[in-house]
Design a protein around this ligand. Sequence first.
Ligand code: BGC
Length: 431
Amino acid sequence: MNFPLKPGMLLGTATAATQIEGGDQNNSWYDWYRRGYIKDNASPETATEHLKRWREDLELMSGMGIQCCRFSVEWGRVEPEDGVFDEQAIARCREEIQAMAEQGIKPLLTLHHFSNPMWLEEKGAFAVRDNITYFLRYVHKMVESLGDLVSEYITINEPNVYAFNGYLDGSWPPGKRNPLDLARVLTNLTAAHIEAYGLIRKTRLKMGYSDTKVGFANHLRSFSPKDPKNPLHRFWASRAEELFQGNLTRAMCTGHTAFPIGRHPSIVPGRYCDFHGINYYTRSTVSGPANGAAEGVPVNSLGWEIYPQGIVEVCRKAYQLLPRPIYITENGTCGADAFRARYIAEHLEALCGSGLPVERYYHRGFCDCWEWTEGTSARFGLVHVEYPSQRRTVKPSGEFYRQVIAQGGVSEELYRQYCGVSYPTAREDAV
Ligand code: BGC
């Protein structure tokens, strides 16, 4: 393997406030932890203590040559009570973003990444149409407060994962299992995104900035029939893809709705993203209503298939729907670090050879951190975090990533040095 990165492409890392910051009890995920739903009982109130250690983390990041950083604001921290904003918490965000800029790291700010303030959760969060106004009030406040420092925004992270896990599967807060709620949440998230898209651009324009870019981070999977010759497998694969991501992508990017997205006055045909934010991890193999990894394929420690070609398939579909630059807003793997460098190299190679306008690659993640219901048991970082000491150590994959950035690509020598490791396979590691 030997390839250069695309000209102008920036390489960075992605994270979310709840997963790293620590020190907050006022959100739906702390509540989920308190109720005992985190696998290893690790608390998001600790996470990786980023709030205390952000200067150390930034120094490490800058030492690795990271060029861009995707991060989020903890809504419940900046708006602890309905309509009451904490100016000190906002000032702290500003300080960190300013320090990032001083290191030459370009910020991409996510406004909603899975967690809600408790006061909003208690009002029914996005299952209630009227609650969209609370989101817009918060978005407006953040853009007014940070808009001079940040030109690029993600409105909502993975609306499909948030909605399916929280309202159909019940494994995430608020733990509902109701298809009607699922449809309501998907519809309201679509409307919230479309309205926030216009609001962010308008707010920054009023501040004198015309370089705003807004998108959402879309969790996209590749879907394949288990047996491509079996019409039933093919039927379920295409159904699963449409239900989980296809219809939502179309609605959020272009305002065209189809089941399970319902009608809403704000969802009208239009163009609602300046880039495609794509979170890509895996492929689902489908033979019926349920899906998973096929036997014998390479997998990570959560049983997710490692399928680099899939990243190009999903980007191509998004680009065909709406020709916009592509930002890979998350891509990464968990388990042993030994195969992470190979994983990165293969996904980057697929992207760089694709002919698509891929402008960013945000590796997920920088440090190992708090992974929602997995707690700290799944390690996705380029940097190892030892718990409870919180000591950070750059992993070999982190050193590999530093060199890819420094060299502007993957050379044969670099590949040989870091990537000659085989992946675990589904049979050995099946979940
Ligand atoms: C989420 C990230 C998370 C990753 C791995 C994605 O669905 O957006 O926050 O770290 O999965 O668990």
